[in-house]
Structures are given as structure tokens and as C-alpha cells.
Design a protein around this ligand. Sequence first.
Ligand code: GLN
Length: 287
Amino acid sequence: VGTALAAARDALHERDGARFDAQLLLGTILGRNSAWLLAHENETLGDAVARRFALALARRAAGEPVAYILGETGFYGRRFEVTAAVLVPRPESELLVTLAVAALRERGDPEVRLYDVGTGSGILAVTLAAELRHATLVASDVSPAALVCAKRNARLHAVDGRVHFVLGDLLDAVAAEERFACIVANLPYVRTRDLQPFPDPTAFEPRLALDGGPDGLGPYRRLLARARTALEPAGSLLMEAGPDSAHELAEISRRAFGDGATVSVERDYAALERVVRVRAPGERHDR
Ligand code: GLN
């Protein structure tokens, strides 16, 4: 174990996180955590394990994200399946969950309906369903392969009865009269010219999930043309954004929602401006 990990760090060229990646890959193959690895440096690896580890390292050395190699990753304290058809879940997206849960607990409605636009792996919809036991959700994506992954994650966390997945662009699947207490969105927001070539890990991700057009705000502009009428009075729209375009997104949101809406920019745990929060005007109806 010790020799394999040392060789792995060399194979990964001491890149940032090489040590952690090597431990995560070997640990997952062995079904052990990093503490076990440290305590068992003298343990001998079987041939099959050594071969699987070598293959995983070769993929990582070529730039592929660890989550794709392992087929899973963690988000908001849960495990999620991840395929190459979806974006690798990022820790900063947990902020969307935190803000959505806070907004809905504040409303205090016994039952709420939420919408996750561009659900990808389903991490937002599934996490929100798991955190808010009385919520029902609709989650959409334009990618059939992403929806396959999202549905598997909903089953994995036993929330498939409360999350309805639909194939479609943005809010197209929503009937004109439908209203949601909260809409969450992690749409593609990378400027086309900022997309990175191989071997950058993001080059392995679906371009469809990253490319936000020339200024990175194309998909959000289209969403904002429609979002106001899909929200309940005092409902919340939470959008993950690039730190360099969050303010512009906030401006576009103010124009789209008009007077009475509250728009703010929230920072993630790296203190980067990451989420634009819109609270629609109006009082919520008493039930
Ligand atoms: N945070 C991702 C990145 O910078 C982008 C995610 C997205 O476009 N929604 O690679």
C-alpha cells in the first residue's frame, strides 16, 4: 500500500492534490478510508487491485476527474453516482442547497413545490428532497443521459417518489399556470472563450453543462425571461453563477423581476460571489 501510494504520487507528477487523489482512488478500490491506508502501509496489494489502481492512475494522469474514474462523489454529505454525461458536483454548489433550505424553512409552508432547472446528476433536486421531507420537486434537463444518472441518484436516496424528472429545456416542461415556491438553477455559465482544452479536468465534462455562450449568461437570460411567472408570490429563485459575472446576472434579474423583488449576491465558502438570489414580490398566500 505504501509503495503503491508513493509511486502514484510520482505518476500524478506531484500535481495539486496528487496525494489525496491517490488515496481516494486506492481507498475506493479497496473499500477502505485514508486512515486505513495510513495504518496498513505494509499490506500487500493483490494483482487485480494493483491493475485496477494502475488503470485509474493512468486516467487521472491524463486529466480525467476522479469522480468520473470512480463513478461517484460526495455532495452535501451524501454519495452520488456520476457519469461523463453530467458535470462533476462542486462543493460550492452546496450553497444553493443551504440557501434554498433556509428560504423554504422561513416560509414555513407545510408542503412546498420546487423546481431544479438543468438538474444534471440530480444532486440539487435529490439533496433538497432529502433535506425537505415534505417537498415535491420537478427537475428538468435537456440531456436524456443526464436524466438517467439523476433518476439513479433519486432512487439511491429513496426520494424518487417526490422528484419528477422531465426532459426539456429550462422551464419548457412547466405548464403556464404552474407555480413553485423555489427554483434552483446551476445552468452553464462559463464563457465560451474560457472553456479549457484537454488535459484540463473540465474538458472531460459535457460542454453542454458548462458553455454559457459569449458572456456566460445566455442560458440565464433565457431562464429569466420566464422565471417570474413560474414563482409563487414571495418565491425564491437561486442561481449559481461565475464570480466574475454574478453582478451582471443580478442586474439582469432586477430588470426581469421589476420593482418589489429583492435581488442579492451571496458568497460561497471561498468568499467568491457565487449565487444570485431573487425573492419575488408579494405576500405568500395563507393556507
Ligand atoms: N463551476 C464550474 C466551473 O467553473 C461551472 C459550472 C457551470 O457552468 N454551471 O468549471
